[in-house]
Design a protein around this ligand. Sequence first.
Ligand SMILES: *Cc1c(COP(=O)(O)O)cnc(C)c1O
Length: 514
Amino acid sequence: MGLTQLEEFKTTLINNDHFKRFFPQQDIESMSEYNAAIQTAKDVFSQIVTSQPHPYTGLSQASIEQGLELAFPDVVPERGLSIDKVMEKIGETVIAHSIQVTNLRCLAHLHCPPLTSALAAEVLISASNQSMDSWDQSTSATVVEEKMVKWLRDLFYEDKTANGVFTSGGTQSNLMGLLLARDHFLHKKFHWDTQQNGLPKEAGRMRIFCSADAHFTVRQSAFLLGLGEQAVIPVETNQHHRMSIDKLKEKLHQAEKEDLIPFAIIATAGTTDFGSIDPLNELARVADQYNVWLHVDAAYGGALMLSEQHSHKLEGIKQADSITVDFHKLFYQPISCGAFLLKDEEHFNYLKLHADYLNPEEDEDEGIPNLVTKSIQTTRRFDALKLFASLQVLGKDTFAQMVDYTIDLAQHTAALLEEDSNFEIIHQPEINAVVYRYFPKEHREDPVWLNDTNAFIRSKLFEAGAAVIAKTRVNKSIYLKFTLLNPLTTIEDIKEIINQMKQLGEERGRHNDR
Ligand SMILES: *Cc1c(COP(=O)(O)O)cnc(C)c1O
């Protein structure tokens, strides 16, 4: 491009008001465009939330596709539309038919209603668009994230040598835990440098022990780390769905007899289905005895640390070599927001790589923090800010009360279901998940009917938009699940859902009898 062309380009494009309004800039016009656009997005959202009584409109996939096709025939139209028009159409075709997580009867997964304080912080996070990989892309943001990491360190560990980093969630944190466990073990045991050399021949014999109810990302991490799913040895749980220590010891012993190499134990503090918490103190003792890494997956249960009433359930967590916590579950943050914590910060060295353009070694000598050194992500969101803002706005007591209330609600819900002869519950909730099924007397001997009816009840409630509840399998039988994250859901809401479930079950019973 010659100079004249560049000049031309500048006059026709860069100084052109048409382009200016696409970016928030220092001038008043572009800022008012920005303010109006954000206002439109807020209006679209609040209009839908306030006018929608149900957690889902019940539309089928085909209808959603059709509506979208009609509103947006081209992904890239020949000529752009106004922001208002685009937002309005997105509202009608997409947001209106999304799962309304703010609805009090949205009770399926570890999928929380986000806090207003966090949503306000999201506006700042996205607009300021800091990237957490290097100091020169995230100055004050780095300071805030490090402050939050110190707070987490003090909450979960007493060690000043502990450290951590924000992550996209539990999947990434679990992967990091197992990655460091693997590389630390190989270094310690075989003086092997995995970062440089890849996996040694012993890798095919390395084994991870976790409860049979552990999250599937443990298996996923094992195959991503080149150890194969074969590396994961599931350990039976007891009647409370907690890992059985006796069974663990048996399996460890057996593995050693078979010349396999145990290198990590994964404890779950809040299993996804039952919210059950493995015995952390005992697991720490076993890990110590076998000289293996202990990772605690507290993606779900980590929030109990904020509660005076329930933090004792996580006693022993500080002995973990690494910990996963999610904030987009019981900390009420919009997706995504999680953390990975490490007892001995030295172990972050197993991930460290220096890129001249991002985190050169001289920066480290000068004490300039480039957080990419602790992360497996490069470009990374400033998610620490929304958690910080929420803690500031709510304060510790309110946070704790929300967690306590939902645990209480789960206990009351379990009691209701237990008293009702039409239902069966299979555990006493430890956090706020309740697993149960419709189980009327006259069909108890008919496993096919029970499975079909429970699946039927769930999909009918979903299609009618009456409630969003989850389905899981326990010993081949279909069970239903309430995950009671919303502190505004009341026992009355639950009673109504239970009544609706009974009506649907009875309806199906009558059809079958005919
Ligand atoms: C949700 C969850 C995960 C996965 O975390 P994401 O944030 O979804 O990536 C891992 N472990 C447990 C116990 C979980 O509940």
